[in-house]
Design a protein around this ligand. Structure first.
Ligand code: AMP
Length: 415
């Protein structure tokens, strides 16, 4: 029994085939340059038997990419699956579920139409997700497919935390509110953090956890009693922390000011805050934290500034979320930067002694690749390094839906 997990992005298609019982990754791969005329498309697939193999492949669209991936996975000579029936379900990452989809949901025509409607809220993300789903429905019509939404874990946020102080009608008419993203990652690391806290006698209902997903995109969540009560990304993934190329929090009037000064169009502003800001914009050097850290260590002033702004923003949110939850038991660091950067973790935790955070400097430098507490024994707050695994979480949620344990019926409140 295997679950195929798909993450279909604007010009790529990532996949993992996961054994439903052992959670072992049987095969994983990436189809890149999908629909990019100027560059040679290719599929990089990794299996235990063959290691990493690169296949050149022209792929005009996601349907073509999925056709190639399907052929690779089911080619008997590659030894991944012998029969298509071994794949019992397909789990799709879908970025925006809006208020309608707050649970992983079995895909039907009605659900597809609902996800399509959500494309208004996520015009860059939901359409390629849908393309991947449609391709799978055509190629594997008999296999149940489940949409796992990036927004769903945040559905428990109360109204006073998700509402923006804009005219109320924009919420009812256009769905303008905080939704939050990276939910699958926050959910996965929360599960492990709760297990670690339980060993110290802190039960789920009493727990107060701040999860920080620091990758190319960055977000945080305040998780009280196992449920999200606030998160840093908003209507879109631009709000909140400083990211690789996204600005995070801004005075909204800056955009009006810049539009006037630059005589910029809406799409210019969109590009500036999504592609030209964050670490890239501040450092002027790179959107990659490794480059920024290296340059800062060599005295590059703007990289040092980028690093300082990045870490200060996270520290500020830790304080805000501790206040939102009435205390703090654990800070979780995950994703590329959170899992691998002792510098960022140290800078975030520095000055949080008043909250009871005491990082163990040695552990912070040396631990990597597994779930571990980086705080000193005396620290009141645990500092948890937890490697994320969104694909595993999607596979679990997909199994949960097809096992009938969760009610797949969507809530019927329209944004
Ligand atoms: P992700 O989106 O989770 O793949 O994370 C990508 C980010 O993680 C990039 O900014 C990388 O520079 C950063 N990253 C990966 N490894 C390290 C490392 N050893 N030190 C600092 N940042 C890292």
């Amino acid at each position: 029994m295997k679950i195929l997990v798909l993450n279909s992005g604007s010009s790529s298609l990532k996949y993992q085939l996961i054994d439903a019982e052992t959670e072992e990754v049987v095969a994983k791969g990436l189809a890149e340059c999908v629909g990019v005329a100027q560059r040679q498309g290719r599929i990089i697939q990794e299996t235990k038997r063959d290691g990493k193999v690169v296949f050149d492949a022209e792929m005009d669209c996601h349907d073509e990419a999925m056709t190639r991936v399907f052929a690779l996975l089911t080619d008997p000579s590659k030894g991944v699956v012998q029969r298509v029936e071994e794949i019992v379900a397909i789990g799709h990452r879908v970025v925006h579920g809006g208020e309608k989809f707050v649970q992983p949901t079995l895909i039907t025509d009605e659900v597809l139409a609902g996800v399509e409607k959500m494309s208004q809220l996520a015009p860059l993300h939901n359409p390629p997700n849908l393309d991947g789903i449609r391709a799978c429905l055509r190629l594997m019509p008999g296999i149940p497919q489940v949409a796992v939404f990036d927004t769903a874990f945040h559905a428990t946020i109360p109204d006073y935390a998700y509402m923006y102080a804009l005219p109320y009608d924009y919420y009812t008419a256009f769905g303008v509110r905080r939704y939050g993203f990276h939910g699958t990652s926050h959910q996965y690391v929360t599960g492990i953090a709760l297990e670690m806290l339980a060993k110290d006698g802190i039960e789920r209902e009493a727990s107060r956890i701040v999860t920080t997903h620091l990758g190319n995109g960055c977000s945080m969540a305040a998780v009280k009693g196992g449920r999200v009560v606030d998160t840093s990304m908003g209507l879109t993934p631009v709000e909140g922390l400083v990211m690789g190329t996204r600005s995070g929090d801004l005075d909204p009037a800056i955009l009006v000011y810049l539009a006037r000064r630059l005589e910029a169009s809406v799409s210019d502003i969109d590009r500036i805050i999504n592609k030209e800001s964050g670490l890239q914009g501040l450092s002027g050097l790179s959107s990659d934290m490794r480059d920024v850290e290296e340059a800062a260590a060599k005295g590059h002033a703007r990289s040092e500034l980028a690093l300082a702004v990045f870490c200060y923003r996270i520290r500020k949110y830790v304080g805000a979320y501790a206040a939102a939850m009435g205390g703090l038991d654990a800070i979780v660091f995950t994703a590329g930067i959170g899992e691998n950067s002792p510098v960022v973790r140290e800078r975030v935790c520095r000055g949080l002694g008043f909250l009871g955070v005491e990082l163990d400097a040695k552990k912070n430098e040396t631990e990597r690749g597994h779930a571990v507490n980086l705080a000193t024994p005396a620290s009141r707050v645990r500092v948890l390094l937890i490697p994320t695994n969104e694909e595993r979480m999607i596979a679990r949620e997909t199994m949960r839906v097809i096992a009938g344990l969760s009610a797949p019926a969507p809530r019927v409140t329209e944004p």
